[in-house]
Design a protein around this ligand. Structure first.
Ligand SMILES: Cc1ncc(COP(=O)(O)O)c(C=O)c1O
Length: 363
């Protein structure tokens, strides 16, 4: 039985005719840039995220960059983020001209450690960027309390968290603004690159609409040097189709996560907190023998993976951020193992994967 880590094809086949129609509509009306599908999707996604506004942009990385630009966070300013994340969290900060400041994650849930945030605050700190890694919300009560105490902005990196909840509120509504990615493998993925920003701040949303469109509201009237970073109309049309299924797809992922949890107790999964509802973008377990287990699973036709093999401070691009040890981030990077996770998995497949992993781990 061959089981991939993610299976984009089976999801596509389930919505093929709706996607074809949505693309055909765009081709027929010809409004390829900021066409009506973009604002229609933005409204639907804002409401999905319990947020007032959504601004579609070209990628999740640009979303981070643009939020910081719109908040006037740039050269000389520091932004606190976890050392254990995908590199793009730091790249967005760098692109805005600000300085990423890394802090460690917690051993139990792989999420940014609020105590470490507090210890990293300096007079130059302007924002905290919690990453809802694997589709699991950070401790937003603790992070909001710190942000309030120190007058800092909260910019959520929600690139992996479309629909994840904290105390019944969704990622995208838990800070001043949030960055989403629609990279194809995400829980809500486009058929190309795409991203979005959610915020309930009217002025910020207006500024972001300007910044993503060469700094212009009216054609040839450029108010500031912005970017060309718009969500593509065809991608917006596809995303609007997929958004209708997202709650259902996330619920299926939760079912498979619950079954994995039942079959693989004590396999080092990050803890699921009672006050949060994860969406399992990644299903992670942990092992001291991670590399051998990964190889054995792959040899058995099971597409396991690693998210991520290097924390940010171990990357050549960010060596200079290794100013102190981040032992928990190093440990997650050394031991994390991702198992296949997508809505279209079957119970038989999940049972097969769990049985193989148990057989491998118990030798
Ligand atoms: C945590 C995190 N942040 C940011 C990004 C960047 O998103 P994009 O690939 O759309 O630029 C991604 C995904 O790639 C991500 O997983």
């Amino acid at each position: 039985m061959n089981i991939p880590l993610v299976d984009l094809q089976s999801q596509y086949l389930s919505i093929k005719s709706e996607v074809a129609l949505a693309i055909q509509n765009v081709l027929d009306h010809g409004m390829y840039i900021l066409g009506p599908e973009v604002s229609a999707f933005e409204s639907a996604f804002a409401s999905f995220c319990h947020s007032k506004h959504c601004v579609g942009v070209a990628s999740g990385t640009d979303a981070i960059h643009l939020i910081l630009r719109a908040l006037e966070i740039g050269p000389g300013d520091e932004v606190i983020l976890p050392a254990f994340t995908f590199v793009a969290t730091a790249l967005g900060v760098t692109q805005a001209g600000a300085t990423p400041v890394l802090v460690d994650v917690r051993r139990d849930d792989a999420l940014i450690d609020p105590e470490a945030i507090e210890a990293a605050i300096t007079p130059r700190t302007r924002a905290i960027m919690p990453v809802h890694l694997y589709g699991r919300c950070c401790d937003m009560d603790a992070i909001s309390a710190i942000a309030n105490r120190h007058g800092l902005k909260i910019v959520e990196d929600a690139a992996q968290a479309h629909g994840a909840e904290f105390h019944g509120k969704r990622a995208g509504s838990l800070g001043n603004a949030a960055a989403f990615s629609f990279y194809p493998g995400k829980n809500l993925g486009a058929y190309g690159d795409g991203g979005a920003i959610t915020t309930s701040d009217d002025a910020l949303a207006e500024r972001l609409k300007l910044l993503r469109n060469w700094g212009s509201r009216i054609k040839y009237h450029h108010e500031e040097p912005g970017l060309n970073s718009r969500l593509d109309t065809i991608q917006a049309a596809i995303l609007a189709v997929k958004l209708q299924y997202l709650d259902q797809w996330n619920a299926a992922r939760r079912r498979w996560a619950a079954l994995y949890g039942e079959l693989l107790p004590g396999f080092g999964q990050p803890v699921d907190h009672a006050d949060r509802e994860p969406i399992y973008h990644i299903y992670a377990v942990r092992s001291k023998a991670r590399d051998a287990e990964l190889k054995a699973l792959q040899a058995a036709g099971i597409g396991a993976g690693i998210h991520y093999p290097f924390p940010v401070h171990r990357l050549k691009a960010y060596n200079e951020l290794a100013v102190k040890p981040f032992p928990e981030s190093d440990a997650w990077a050394a031991e994390e193992l991702s198992l296949p996770m997508y809505a279209e998995l079957t119970e038989e497949q999940v049972r097969h994967i769990a049985a193989r992993l148990i057989a491998i781990r118990t030798g």
